[in-house]
Structure formats: C-alpha cells, structure tokens
Design a protein around this ligand. Structure first.
Ligand SMILES: [Mg+2]
Length: 224
C-alpha cells in the first residue's frame, strides 16, 4: 500500500467522553487558558476576556502560544495544566491508536496531520489522543495556521497538496467530516477518502472514491 493519509484530529483521533455535553469544538483549549489565567495567574475573568479579544482582533492566524504570551503564562506549566483540564472530557477516539498507526505504517502507509488546530494545539491534542511522541507516526503537521486557510476552504487543500511533497495520486484523507474531509479536498484534486462513521453520522454519504469506515482500526482489514 502506498497511501499518504491526510489525517484529521477532532472526532477522528480524539473524541469527547461519553456523557459529556460539550459542544464539538476545536477551541476547547481556550477554556483551559481562561481557567489557568484566573486560577493560577489570579487574573479577573474580565481582564482575561479583554486580552483574548485583543489577540483575536489583531492576530489573524494566532496559535495558543499567542494567548499565553499575551497573558504572561508559562508554556510548559500551562500545557501540563491543559492536559489535565482537557483529559476530564476528551479521550482517544479508539483504543491503541498508536499501535494501529504503527501497523499501517509497516504496511507502507504514511500519515500527515491536516487540522484546523494551530500547531501547538495539534501537539496537545495528539498527546491527549495517546501520541506523546507524534513525530514517530506523523510526517508533518499541516495546520490551518500554517496554511493560512481553514479546512473548509479549497485554498487549504491547494496549499497542502504540494506541501506533502508526495505524488498527489497517493494522497487520501482520513476524517469524520463529509464536507471538510471529502468534498472540499476532492474539489482540489484529491481522489480518495476514508470517512469515519462511528456514530452513523455519515450514513448515506456517497462520493466516488470515498469509503465509509466504522473505525480507523478497520483500515487494517482493508489493507490486509
Ligand atoms: Mg474532525
């Protein structure tokens, strides 16, 4: 198998724990920042919101570090805090994800991350998904901040394809969102997609070149 997977994070590698009624969002780190600034840095919630607003209004492609700097927060300490904070409601989407990926790599697959998370958020989310050393699995992180476009925009994929440095016909996507992970990349020339259907949210979706899969580990049978 010579396939280069463009791999999504949220709801693909990482999911909310059952029973957690949080909105599905890439941005839950913002709540960890708010909480750390108030609890540890003893800021008032109002002053924290004001600083967050300034960053959002003045920095178009921020990363979480932009907020940490603005709020005078120690990055190493904050990311430990954020790991604990988000572990309360986020969990790996499947058991043994690192061994599934290592297995697929042994069969010739390569993996890139394609995510709307900023680069520091990608590293954080991968750790939550069970990848403390993501470089062992993922060739490169291609995030929205770096591409200066979101996955829902054709521009993101137009930039990602040459950035991978591999033949475009070997690229496929692996994600949970029919629009962002299938329709938009296909509009830019990607021909193959594996769309997760863990909770039947994508039942009935159809597109030439797209395969619905119940789990990432099912790829092992597909490429046995
Ligand atoms: Mg997703």
């Amino acid at each position: 198998m010579t396939l280069n997977f463009l791999t999504d994070i949220d709801e693909t590698l990482l999911t909310f724990k059952p029973g957690v009624s949080s909105p599905r969002s890439t941005s839950s780190v913002m709540n960890a920042i708010r909480s750390y600034a108030v609890e540890v840095k003893k800021r008032t919630p109002e002053s924290v919101e004001a600083e967050i607003d300034i960053v959002k209004k003045t920095v178009p492609w921020w990363s979480w570090t932009t907020f940490l700097e603005r709020l005078g927060m120690d990055p190493a300490r904050f990311w430990e805090y954020a790991f604990e904070y988000e572990s309360a409601y986020l969990q790996p989407a499947e058991p043994d994800l690192p061994s599934t990926f290592a297995d697929l790599k042994r069969r010739g697959a390569s993996f890139f991350i394609t995510s709307n998370n900023p680069p520091d958020g990608i590293r954080h989310k991968l750790r939550l998904a069970g990848f403390p050393n993501p470089e062992r699995i993922f060739t490169a992180f291609l995030g929205a901040t770096q591409m200066q476009a979101m996955k829902a925009e054709p521009l993101f994929w137009r930039k990602v394809i040459p950035e991978t440095g591999v033949p475009p016909e070997t690229l496929c996507t692996l994600g949970d969102d029919f629009h962002d992970d299938c329709e938009v990349p296909f509009s830019e020339g990607i021909r193959r997609a594996f769309l997760l259907n863990r909770d039947s949210r994508n039942t009935g979706r159809q597109l030439d070149g797209m395969t619905l899969i119940p789990s990432i580990s099912s790829l092992k049978e597909l490429f046995a």
